[in-house]
Design a protein around this ligand. Structure first.
Ligand code: ATP
Length: 244
């Protein structure tokens, strides 16, 4: 269906359409629709705009990614459907691999996601390997790629569920997430939480990385050390429920 530009919820409906197409193409799971709906509700409460707490987190994320030894970008069915070009740009900017890891896993969907990202220009899309696992997680999500998450020091993992975010942290990885819900377990467990819609965040993060590439490693490390995730989450929570 063609959405009229004059529709008051044009931008939101366009994003919804991307998720619908993701399901039709076998990239996004049906559960991905539910996760998206939850995100939309929080976005509504946030006024569908990027707040200062998200900008602070984007700045910290950029510095953390640029100072990482082995950054890896973990993708799923929702992120691939919503921002494929931006994920590929991020991978190219950081010379980092993309790695597919799904909550509702299926080898067919994993392959489709890989192909979809390659169609959008991805050079390296890694898949989980049965020989390599991370600890503290019981499901098939423990399987990781030797050249990806297994050896990563920083994992960029937007729209994630809490168990996996927590497991990654327990495996001594620094975790950067994007999550519209500042109260989710993922938001609480991550090292850096960008409370914003991924479709708004990705272009901002790419622009920040471009600027930060000119900045010294020492200055970037200082920025990472100065960042306080709990304080930013607190600001986000106050925005959606001022009485809290
Ligand atoms: P948790 O296990 O972390 O408590 P959950 O069970 O709500 O969270 P899921 O449904 O697995 O987690 O994950 C979806 C998360 O992604 C939700 O917190 C939702 O708000 C967020 N989300 C959905 N769509 C977007 C989007 N476009 N941009 C940013 N965040 C989003």
């Amino acid at each position: 269906m063609k959405i009229a530009k004059s529709h008051p919820r044009y931008a939101s409906l366009l994003v919804r359409q991307k998720i619908e197409r993701g399901v039709q193409e076998g990239i996004t799971s049906l559960n991905g629709l539910i996760a998206h709906g939850r995100g939309e509700a929080f976005d509504y409460l946030l006024g569908e705009k990027t707040h200062a707490f998200a900008i602070a987190a984007i700045e910290a994320a950029s510095a953390m990614l640029l100072t990482a030894k082995h950054p890896v970008i973990s993708v799923n069915g929702n992120t691939t459907a919503l921002v494929p070009y931006e994920l590929v740009s991020l991978a190219n900017t950081l010379h980092a691999p993309l790695e597919v890891n799904l909550f509702h896993t299926s080898s067919e969907r994993i392959q489709r996601i890989k192909k979809y990202l390659e169609k959008h220009g991805a050079k390296s899309v890694l898949l989980p390997e049965k020989k390599y696992t991370i600890n503290h997680i019981a499901s098939a999500r423990k399987y990781v790629n030797k050249d990806g998450i297994y050896k990563a020091d920083v994992v960029f993992v937007p729209l994630e569920d809490g168990d996996r975010a927590e497991a990654l942290v327990k495996n001594k990885k620094k975790v950067i997430t994007i999550d519209l819900n500042p109260l989710s377990r993922t938001s609480r467990k991550a090292t850096v939480t960008i409370v914003d819609n991924i479709v708004r965040t990705m272009p901002l993060l790419l622009a920040q990385l471009k600027r930060d590439k000119k900045i010294s490693e020492q200055a970037l490390q200082k920025r990472v050390q100065a960042y306080n995730n709990a304080a930013q989450l607190n600001s986000a929570e106050k925005t959606i429920r001022p009485q809290a």
